[in-house]
Design a protein around this ligand. Structure first.
Ligand code: UDX
Length: 466
C-alpha cells in the first residue's frame, strides 16, 4: 500500500521504516531538511535496535523515501499517518497541539478526495473529532476522514514493539477506515495480534490510560517504599512479594528514583488537564498525586545524598552513574538521573557523570556538569557514588577496583539494583534509596548522624560552582 508518515521523530521514523519493511511504499515527511537529507541517506536520527539496518535496506530498495513537502505527500497517497510531537505546553500542563494542527492545516489544502488521515501522536481525547471537523471545513468536497491509531512503543525496543505489538488499537468512523487499517497491519493480524477497532475518542483514551496506569504502578510502589522506610520495613522484598500476585504482576513495580522520559510525565499531566477541561477532572485527580510521588523520589534521593555527605554538598565530589532516563536509551528528556545530578551541582557539589550511551545528549542539556567516558574516571576522588540509571553494566562493576579510586567508598543506590552485599564485602558503605538496610547479617550502613534541617531543593539554584 502507498502511505505517508508525517513527522520523523521517534514514532514516525520507526513507523515509516517498519511499514516499508512490511512491503508498503512509504514517503516520510519532515520540515527539517537536514533530517530529511540524513534519512534519505539511510541514517537514522536516533539509536534504536534494528533501526539502522531496516532504514538502510528499505531506502536502498526504494520502498522508503523522504521529503520536506506536505503537498508532495498529499499527492503521493490517500493514506497518511501523522506522527508529530505533542509536548507539554510551556507554562502549562496540557499538551501543545500546534504541530498536529499545522500538519492537518497543511494537508487540508491539497488532500486527494477520500483520503484517510490517521493520527498516531498521543493527544487529548476529542482531538480526532476536532481535526475531522477542521478538515471538513477546509475541504468540504474532499470527503476525507480522520482516524486515530495510537502507538505503544518503548524506547530501546521500538522496532520490535512496532513489528510485534501486544495489541493494535484503531479509532475509526467508517468501515472503510477499519478495512484500510486492517490491510496496513495484515501481517500482524495474521500473527494473531489483538485488534481493537473502536471510535476515535476511545482509541485516544486507551493510550493515555495505559501510560497513566503504568505511571501509577511505579508511583504506588514508590509510595509503599516511603512507608517502608519510615516503618523500618524492606521495600524491595515488599515489591517482589506484592508483585508475585499475578493479578498485580511484578513489572513496573520496582521501587526507586521513579519515571521520566518523553512520555509518562507529560502524558499524565496532559490527561489530567484534558479531563478537567471536559468536566472529568475529579475522576483522575489522583494523577496529580502520582506526579508528586514521582517528583518526591528525586527529592528523597537528593536529601539522602546530602545526609550521607554529612549535611552539605558544598565542594564535595559526586560520581553519578547514569544520565539516560532509563537503561537501553540515550534519551535524557526529563531524566530523573540528570535532574538529581543537576540539583547536586546547583547545591555546590562537583559532579562527574558517566553513562554508556547518553553522554552527548546529557552534555548538551547540562553543560555545567563534569562527564567521564569510563566509570573509573567518574569515580576518581569521589566522596559519594550515586547510582541513578540501572544500566546492566553497572551490575558487573568491580567494587574493589572502584574502592581504590574513590576518596570515600560510599554508595547511594537509588535504583536498588546493585549487589549491596558484594559492594559491602569490599569495604563500601551502601545505602539503597529503598530496600533492606541489612543484607546477609551485615550491619546497617548508617549515614553520618549529622542531619541538616532544611531539605535541598531540586529546582532552586543555589549558586553554580563550575
Ligand atoms: C513508555 C510506555 O512504556 C510506552 O508504551 C509508551 O508508548 C511511551 O512511554 P518509554 O518512555 O520508552 O515508554 O519508557 P518505559 O520503559 O515505559 O519506562 C518509563 C520510565 O519508567 C523510565 O524512566 C523507567 O526507568 C521508569 N520505571 C519503569 C521505573 O521507575 N520503575 C519501574 O518499575 C519501571
Amino acid at each position: 500500500m502507498r502511505m505517508t508518515v508525517i513527522g520523523t521523530g521517534y514514532v514516525g521514523t520507526v513507523h515509516a521504516a517498519c511499514m516499508a519493511g512490511l512491503g508498503h511504499e512509504v514517503l516520510g515527511v519532515d520540515i527539517d531538511p537536514d533530517r530529511v537529507a540524513a534519512l534519505s541517506a539511510g541514517r537514522a536520527p536516533l539509536r534504536e535496535t534494528g533501526l539502522d539496518a531496516l532504514l538502510a535496506r528499505t531506502v536502498a530498495d526504494g520502498k522508503l523515501r523522504f521529503t520536506t513537502s506536505l503537498a508532495e505527500a498529499a499527492a503521493f497517497a490517500r493514506l497518511h499517518f501523522v506522527c508529530v510531537g505533542t509536548p507539554q505546553l510551556s507554562g502549562g500542563q496540557a499538551a501543545d497541539l500546534r504541530h498536529v494542527d499545522a500538519v492537518f492545516d497543511g494537508l487540508a489544502r491539497s488532500l486527494r478526495p477520500g483520503s484517510l488521515v490517521v493520527g498516531k501522536s498521543t493527544v487529548p481525547v476529542g482531538t480526532a473529532d476536532r481535526l475531522a471537523r477542521r478538515l471538513a471545513d477546509a475541504a468540504p468536497e474532499a470527503g476525507c476522514e480522520v482516524a486515530w491509531n495510537p502507538e505503544f512503543l518503548r524506547e530501546g525496543s521500538a522496532v520490535a514493539d512496532t513489528l510485534h505489538p501486544e495489541r493494535l488499537v484503531v479509532g475509526v468512523r467508517s468501515r472503510y477506515a477499519d478495512a484500510v487499517l486492517r490491510e496496513v497491519y495484515a501481517p500482524m493480524l495474521r500473527d494473531g495480534v489483538p485488534f481493537f477497532s473502536t471510535d476515535p475518542a476511545t482509541a485516544e483514551l486507551v493510550k493515555v490510560a495505559s501510560n497513566a496506569f503504568l505511571a501509577t504502578k511505579i508511583s504506588f510502589i514508590n509510595a509503599m517504599a516511603e512507608v517502608c522506610d519510615t516503618a523500618g520495613a524492606d521495600a524491595a522484598t515488599l515489591a517482589r512479594a506484592v508483585g508475585a500476585d499475578p493479578r498485580i504482576g511484578a513489572a513496573f513495580l520496582e521501587p526507586g528514583l521513579g519515571f521520566g522520559g518523553s512520555c509518562f510525565p507529560k502524558d499524565i499531566r496532559a490527561f489530567a488537564a484534558r479531563a478537567e477541561e471536559i468536566g472529568a477532572g475529579a475522576a483522575v485527580a489522583f494523577l496529580h498525586e502520582v506526579d508528586r510521588i514521582n517528583t518526591r523520589q528525586r527529592q528523597r534521593t537528593l536529601e539522602l545524598a546530602r545526609e550521607l555527605l554529612g549535611g552539605s554538598f558544598a565542594g564535595r565530589r559526586i560520581a553519578v552513574l547514569g544520565a539516560a532516563f532509563k537503561p537501553g536509551s540515550d534519551d535524557v528528556r526529563d531524566s530523573p538521573a540528570l535532574a538529581v545530578a543537576d540539583a547536586a551541582h546547583r547545591h555546590g557539589a562537583l559532579v562527574r557523570v558517566h553513562d554508556p550511551e547518553a553522554l552527548d545528549n546529557a552534555r548538551a542539556v547540562s553543560p555545567a556538569l563534569g562527564y567521564a567516558v569510563d566509570v573509573t574516571k567518574a569515580c576518581e576522588g569521589a566522596d559519594l557514588v550515586l547510582h541513578l540509571t540501572p544500566w546492566p553494566e553497572y551490575r558487573t562493576l568491580d567494587p574493589a577496583e572502584l574502592a581504590d579510586v574513590v576518596r570515600v567508598p560510599l554508595l547511594l543506590d537509588a535504583r536498588n539494583s546493585l549487589d549491596a552485599p558484594a559492594w559491602r564485602r569490599t569495604g563500601w558503605t551502601v545505602r539503597p534509596l529503598s530496600g533492606p538496610r541489612t543484607t546477609g547479617g551485615a550491619a546497617v550502613d548508617e549515614p553520618p548522624a549529622h542531619r541538616s534541617p532544611a531539605a535541598p531543593a531540586l529546582t532552586a539554584p543555589s549558586g553554580r560552582t563550575s
